[in-house]
Design a protein around this ligand. Structure first.
Ligand code: ATP
Length: 383
């Protein structure tokens, strides 16, 4: 008997799974300006889905339409199978946590968390239990009697989270949830957020402009630009297999080489680069016709740098010679920028695994070096 695959961690791969949130051809116009341009999106139960993009790309507008604070100019939003177009915010199975947290300054932590339940006339003993469970979950039990100004930024963020989750929404919408925290606290809080989301199984939709945050948190990411989605995928898919130069450059750094496909076999592709001394051999077939103009993207950490020529030194395949232009020492790794063929700078990130006194003579500025990479390391892009 063949076992059916386990899709529990990747419901979007399951042909039988029904999306929990469906956004269908949704647009939002403000006067003659289009903030969200006919987007389609499916989010599954239990996902931690990030909308990622630069300032003004439309991500908050889309989130606000899910919450019901904005009405789509056209298109449909379905949550749990129900059309939301005429459902007011307070009747939607969603809750929104705002960037500013909006805690009541005169109320204690527990009163802040209990507020929504009281307003919904939940019985007193149930409120007490739910608030106490929620404070335990966000590890704030000992701060229950404090007021917001007596808490750190991270603790305030957790109160806001507890207040949003205590109402047991099916979907929690978070607009830049870690925006007010400094870098160290943000890194720590990211993991807390993931743990809480996993424990409760609530679907989170997070808006952020911080690519590191999106990469760490998400089950999947939608990259937005000018009101449209550029790519939707898991963090690994987006990093390893970007489908456009915009995405490759937006997520991490990428070295781009312009070229043309000169050979397209069943199991390989050869791209002749504009740099006369280099061609790319890629170890899988592609449905791109020979002669097509393409760009080859190479991540800095996939390029090897050496003073001596690698084994295939006679070849110009997956290798290029250059001159070290500058070096940045980052502790755990170093970044080299190597000038190849005139003014093209190639960036290489290399881990510093040796202690300084054990190190072989280091690569130096203005030194001639060889850059090489594996046939599986480069990504061919047509746009
Ligand atoms: P940020 O990260 O800066 O908040 P964003 O991607 O969340 O950016 P949105 O707030 O969704 O961007 O705004 C998208 C575009 O729509 C922006 O150009 C913004 O100026 C415009 N916009 C948003 N709300 C309105 C409004 N009520 N009236 C007119 N234009 C608006």
């Amino acid at each position: 008997m063949t076992q059916s695959p386990d899709y529990s961690e990747r419901p979007w791969m399951d042909p039988e799974a029904e999306p929990f949130i469906k956004v269908q051809s949704v647009s939002k116009h403000f006067g003659d300006f289009t903030a969200v341009d006919s987007v389609d999106l499916e989010i599954y139960k239990g996902e931690l889905f990030c909308l990622l993009g630069g300032s003004g790309c439309g991500k908050s507008t889309l989130l606000r339409m899910l919450a019901g604070f904005e009405t789509p100019s056209s298109g449909t939003i379905l949550i749990d199978g129900q059309n939301m177009n005429d459902v007011p915010p307070y009747e939607r199975p969603v809750n929104m946590m705002f960037q500013s947290y909006a805690l009541f300054p005169h109320m204690t932590v527990e009163k802040n968390v209990a507020y929504g339940l009281k307003r919904d006339r939940v019985p007193g003993d149930e409120i007490e239990q739910r608030v106490s469970d929620m404070l335990a979950m966000v590890e704030l039990t000992q701060f229950a009697r404090r007021k917001p100004h007596q808490l750190s930024g991270g603790q305030q963020q957790r109160v806001a989270l507890a207040r949003s989750l205590v109402k047991q929404p099916k979907v929690l919408l978070l607009d830049e949830p870690l925006g007010a925290l400094d870098k160290r606290l943000r890194d720590q809080t990211q993991y807390e957020l993931m743990n809480i989301q996993e424990q409760l199984g609530v679907t989170f939709v997070v808006v952020t402009h911080d690519q590191e945050e999106a990469m760490t948190l998400s089950t999947r990411i939608a990259i937005m630009d000018a009101g449209r989605f550029m790519q939707i995928g898991t963090p690994t898919e987006i990093y390893e297999f970007p489908t456009s130069r915009v995405v490759a450059n937006f997520i991490g750094n990428a070295n781009m080489f312009e070229g043309r496909i000169i050979e397209n076999g069943d199991d390989h592709v050869i791209v002749e680069s504009k740099h006369p001394d280099c061609e790319f051999y890629i170890d899988h077939g592609m449905s791109i016709p020979e002669g097509t103009k393409v760009w080859v993207a190479l991540r800095p950490e996939k390029v090897r740098i050496s003073k001596d020529s690698p084994d295939n030194a006679d070849s110009r395949t997956n290798m290029i010679k250059g001159m070290v232009h500058d070096i940045g020492y980052l502790g755990g790794s170093s970044t080299y920028r190597v000038q190849v063929d005139g003014d093209h700078l190639v960036e290489i990130t290399s881990p510093n695994m040796l202690r300084p006194k054990e190190a072989v003579p280091p690569i130096d500025w203005d030194q001639e070096v060889y850059l090489s990479w594996d046939a599986s390391s480069s990504v061919v892009l047509t746009k």
